[in-house]
Design a protein around this ligand. Structure first.
Ligand SMILES: [Mg+2]
Length: 418
């Protein structure tokens, strides 16, 4: 099937985002005056991160010190960077993209790929669709994007880089000779300065000349790996798929395999406490809470037993999980046969608003994660000391509900076999 891929790219993202915010406040539009985003304008340190088109006319360059830029243009408006604003704007335009495309790959803070392959019945006119997405972003969010359309990620990305701003361009495979081959090799994706110099030295100046060059000849000039990719790209060949974002985790689990068996409840509870702290920390970091707590134990004969409980309120603190897990273990492990593995799983997640700062097992605030890691490591090390060379597996994040099921079903399958 012919693929249909869009590349959406925000025009001068940092500057546009700051400009859109100021316009909303009734302030001058940074895009229409000499302006830049740069570090610490007061101290005159820091470099230019983005610049307006009027600033370009003063020969101001991205990456140069703000102090140099101010010498070239004393009336330059310098706005400090604001990464909170950038991530909010990034999310906002990608959310609009997601409302159209079945598969969206976040490529960078201001770029994403949209896969519309097989959607011709919903969207019969891809160019009209691209205009609609572009205009909605401009209308709702106040900044412009370019949309490139192609049959591969490479061509979509090349197309979005054609004339800017606020434009839609196509680079279908049939258009490659006409639209792409006349461009200098430097414009080809992933062709850097040194490759460009080497190609120019042997008389290859355009993407078209690169496309028609003999691959074996190219290998001698720019190396095996480099030449194959550059040659493929020059011919518009890029089968790489648009990858959707990793799914939200459906559960969190953590387990410890113990070399020396555990026989007493006190030791087992100490392990549960360490597991509770480690697994809830990962969950809290993602802003999630769980309605379901499960405990798994494994005996010396590799038989697993699991026990879980559905709670009336979602929890995310070490102590709440530990208290539940302790009860589950007491109910599950009545015979006190030696244990080789202990695990905790938290499933049935919710992402309601965070309920203030949670105190951890170690009495530190949530944001002091590094210290908390140290404290956990100490606990785990102490357990290692106690159990010889216990293997401690930490921080397992289950990606899907299916995996949760598979994991525990898999282990119960093991039970049947033994
Ligand atoms: Mg951009």
């Amino acid at each position: 099937m012919k693929r249909l891929i869009f590349h959406v790219d925000v025009n001068s993202a940092f500057l546009s985002w700051e400009a859109a915010r100021r316009v909303r406040r009734g302030e001058p539009d940074l895009r229409l005056i000499p302006s830049c985003i740069g570090g610490s304008p007061e101290s005159r340190r820091g470099v230019v991160l983005a610049k307006s088109i009027p600033a370009k006319q003063f020969d101001i360059k991205t990456g140069e010190p703000v102090a140099f830029a101010l010498r070239k243009c004393p009336s330059l408006t310098v706005a400090p960077p604001d990464f909170k604003l950038y991530s909010a704007c990034s999310k906002a335009f990608k959310d609009i993209c997601r409302s159209y495309a079945p598969v969206v790959e976040e490529f960078s803070i201001d770029e994403c790929f949209l896969d519309f392959t097989g959607t011709q019945h919903i969207y019969p006119d891809p160019i009209a669709l691209a205009h609609e997405i572009k205009d909605r972003i401009r209308g709702e969010l106040g900044f412009t994007v370019n949309v490139g359309i192609g049959e591969s990620k490479l061509c979509a990305k090349m197309a979005s880089d054609f004339e800017k701003p606020d434009r839609v361009h196509t680079l279908f495979d049939a258009e490659i000779p006409e639209k792409m081959w006349k461009l200098p090799v430097r414009d080809l994706l992933f062709v850097g300065g040194s490759t460009t110099r080497k190609l120019n030295e042997v008389g290859i100046r355009t993407i078209g000349e690169l496309a028609k060059a003999d691959l074996n000849f190219l290998k001698g000039i720019i190396g095996n790996k480099n030449s194959l990719q550059a040659h493929n790209y020059a011919n518009g060949i890029d089968p790489s798929p648009v990858r959707a974002q990793p799914e939200e985790p459906k559960g969190y689990s953590n387990s410890v395999t113990l070399e020396d068996d555990v026989r007493d409840l006190e030791t087992a509870n100490a392990i549960l406490l360490a597991l509770s702290d480690s697994v809830t920390r990962h969950m809290r970091r993602d802003g999630a809470k769980a309605f379901n707590v499960g405990v798994t134990i494994r005996y010396l004969d590799f038989k697993n037993r699991s026990h879980q409980r559905q709670l009336s309120a979602a929890i995310d603190t070490t102590n709440a999980v530990y208290e539940t897990a302790k009860q589950l273990l007491a109910e599950l492990w009545k015979d006190r046969r030696p244990l080789r593995l202990m695990g905790i799983s938290l499933t049935n997640l919710t992402k309601e608003a965070a309920a203030g700062v949670q105190l951890s097992l170690f009495g530190e605030e949530e944001r002091l994660d590094d210290k908390r890691d140290e404290a956990l490591d100490k606990t785990v090390d102490a357990l290692r000391g106690k159990f010889g060379s216990a293997i401690v597996r930490r921080g397992t994040v289950m990606k899907t509900g299916l995996n949760v099921a598979r994991k525990f079903n898999g282990e119960s399958d093991l039970n049947k076999n033994h």
